[in-house]
Write a protein that binds this ligand. Structure first.
Ligand SMILES: CC(C)(COP(=O)(O)OP(=O)(O)OC[C@H]1O[C@@H](n2cnc3c(N)ncnc32)[C@H](O)[C@@H]1OP(=O)(O)O)[C@@H](O)C(=O)NCCC(=O)NCCS
Length: 153
């Protein structure tokens, strides 16, 4: 454990990217991710791509949630930020086999976001010794942000 952590710190200090296979190993470290998404960008993409964008990025339940809102763009931006934050916490994203639909954002009865992880994301999470993923989302008029934490309990 210690030598793995030292190797990663050494790599960072030498301004080198750690080996991706090292990032996927259970190194005992904490794994968090944070992301910001511009609401205007989502609004433009919704105009340009419409339901094609929603089908690609969101699960059917997420789509129904977002489309049920009076103004879907901030809620879409929040969900995209949440998924991107989860990709960061896992150290892997769509280019490495973790799909947009592998991270599904549902809601508690109080409205709090609940993450369900499947497919490549579940494999990546298990490789890191994670059992669950927690996210928190916020959106204002112009920007949405989300933080994700890999939980080991
Ligand atoms: C949670 C709450 C404070 C968010 O208020 P807000 O500042 O208007 O909203 P933000 O833009 O910062 O965040 C919105 C996101 O918060 C999340 N959220 C909603 N209710 C939540 C809750 N009870 N707990 C945690 N997160 C919540 C959702 O992801 C929401 O995004 P969505 O609308 O796209 O689903 C507000 O909904 C509230 O007061 N709810 C009832 C009381 C409560 O549960 N409070 C918990 C924190 S003290």
């Amino acid at each position: 454990m210690v030598h793995q952590a030292e190797a990663r710190v050494g790599a960072i200090m030498r301004s080198q990217k750690p080996d991706p296979s090292d990032m996927r190993a259970d190194d005992g470290g904490e794994h968090i991710g944070f992301d910001l998404v511009e609401v205007a960008r989502m609004r433009e993409m919704l105009v340009r791509w419409g339901s094609r964008l929603l089908v690609r990025v969101l699960t059917p339940a997420e789509r129904a949630y977002v489309e049920g809102k009076r103004d879907p763009a901030p809620h879409l931006a929040g969900m995209v930020a949440a998924k991107e934050a989860c990709f960061k916490a896992l150290g892997l994203g769509p280019a490495q086999g973790v799909g947009w639909h592998d991270i599904a954002i549902g809601h508690s009865p109080m409205g709090a976001p609940l993450v369900t992880v499947s497919g490549g994301a579940r494999q990546a999470m298990a490789a890191l010794g994670g059992r669950n993923m927690a996210v928190s989302i916020s959106h204002e008029r112009s920007v949405a942000g989300a933080i994700a934490v890999l939980l080991r309990v």
